[in-house]
Design a protein around this ligand. Structure first.
Ligand SMILES: [Zn+2]
Length: 147
């Protein structure tokens, strides 16, 4: 099994954009900072509300969605499909599996390239063209399990 521990996504988001700026840094940077500052993935509406509050001006969900699509295309963030929420990621985390804690709502990326390759071959074997393979495992993280 090719399970490899990867960096926590939230730490990456903060490292990437630094501390949140008092002035409006632009939508994509602001989103990365907001996701990086959060310990858990955020929905588009949560991001919109936080940006409006932080920068003292109403932000619109349509603008946030547009920027989110760009950030997904560039592999700067990913959508946690099970929860319809977003989290920062590194390019190395593209195609990884995500462990989702249903108690504390943290997510953890784990590399599973052999599994993703096997699933792609399975789809291909059925003459099915996979455009995206989503691996999300829901359960309880070690911290919550211990507590
Ligand atoms: Zn947990």
């Amino acid at each position: 099994m090719d399970v490899v521990e990867l960096d926590q996504p939230a730490a990456f988001g903060l490292e990437r954009c630094g501390a949140p700026e008092p002035n409006w840094p632009g939508m994509r940077t602001a989103i990365l900072c907001e996701l990086g500052a959060s310990l858990t993935p955020l929905s588009a509406y949560e991001i919109t509300d936080r940006l409006s509050l932080r920068y003292g001006r109403k932000r619109h969900a349509n603008s946030v969605y547009r920027a989110l699509r760009t950030l997904i295309s560039s592999n700067d963030i990913t959508l946690i499909e099970s929860w319809r929420k977003f989290t920062p990621m590194t390019k190395a985390q593209a195609g990884c599996a995500w462990l989702l804690c249903e108690r504390c709502e943290t997510v953890k990326p784990v590399a599973m390239s052999e599994t993703v390759g096997a699933l792609a071959r399975l789809a291909s074997g059925h003459s099915f063209t996979a455009t995206k393979i989503v691996l999300e495992i829901r359960g309880t993280c070690a911290s919550c399990h211990a507590g």
